[in-house]
Design a protein around this ligand. Sequence first.
Ligand SMILES: NC(=O)c1ccc[n+]([C@@H]2O[C@H](COP(=O)([O-])OP(=O)(O)OC[C@H]3O[C@@H](n4cnc5c(N)ncnc54)[C@H](O)[C@@H]3O)[C@@H](O)[C@H]2O)c1
Ligand SMILES: O=P(O)(O)OC[C@H](O)CO
Length: 323
Amino acid sequence: MKAGVIGAGAWGTALAQTLSSQGEDVCLWALEPEVVEAVNRDHLNPLYLPGIPLNSSVRATGDMADMADRDLLLIVSPAQHLRGVVAGLPAGVPLILCSKGIEAGTTLLMSEVAQQAQPGSPIAVLSGPTFAHEVAKGLPTAITLACGDAELGSRIAARIARPAFRPYLSDDIVGAEIGGAVKNVLAIACGVAEGAGLGLNARASLISRGFAEMTRFGLARGARAETLSGLSGLGDLVLTCSSTNSRNFSLGKGLGEGRPASELLANRRTVAEGAFTAPVLREAARAAMVEMPVVEAVCALLEDAAPLGQVIDALLARPLRPE
Ligand SMILES: NC(=O)c1ccc[n+]([C@@H]2O[C@H](COP(=O)([O-])OP(=O)(O)OC[C@H]3O[C@@H](n4cnc5c(N)ncnc54)[C@H](O)[C@@H]3O)[C@@H](O)[C@H]2O)c1
Ligand SMILES: O=P(O)(O)OC[C@H](O)CO
């Protein structure tokens, strides 16, 4: 069993560590030569997953040609780079998409992008409440594995499951992807509430009303409600909206403290996907005639389109409506 992991950020490295824990031969592709060197020489990834000793069986490469002999590929690049990354892979190998986002310019989900970039490759989606450093330490984690082909999905679930890493199988790829993409934007909103000192009632309201937005949008794009209320939707929403361990929540916290988005996003090495997803989600929601006021508010703050107080007041002044 030879798996390839494409992308050696925090999540790709954590997945490589988890997979390699039970004899899987794992090759990790990294963009940065210093990451390749550190993984192979020191069994560490200080750039993206500092302080976690990696299994010596995790081998890193900077050469995509090394993926030619892999029979399973996990794609863990930032969402906006997924198309380019997938296009360079060998054809016909099952792809597990682990990135959370919607493609700018096309409003396509990652599975739709991957199908265009590698039309012959079977696709699954892995998404759920999974802080990378916790998974890498072997802490208990449950996650959704969505695959349209039930037999392939079962085989992949059995192959990636570990004693403390439990995939739950679904056939709703769209639902799993929409949960993961939308929760990042809502986590920015919850971070804003934290940074602006709006209190825990406000956070709970944002999670709950945000979930209503996620559900409206998901249903409009063909997702199933039970997927959105599962690990990859509500589960990940709760995780990401509750902790500064989340890059998206932290970004929002900075916005809530009054720091400009341009400063918070400049020169960052790690990815806060919600910042890229927010305007694309707004565009897709408007096209589908789905109201997403929390998402619209996050966009206004990211674009510095209105002062924080005005954005908060506008949300609070929306017409009263039934729940
Ligand atoms: N970190 C987590 O806990 C976690 C958990 C689940 C899912 N995810 C998702 O996984 C994806 C990757 O996130 P991460 O946390 O591993 O990344 P990260 O923030 O730790 O690292 C950034 C990654 O982007 C890569 N990158 C930068 N420029 C690139 C380019 N031009 N082409 C290809 N890759 C490029 C870097 O090499 C690095 O792998 C995101 O979509 C994220 O939402 C992350
Ligand atoms: O740090 P974040 O906000 O990118 O969240 C990481 C994962 O998506 C949590 O499931």
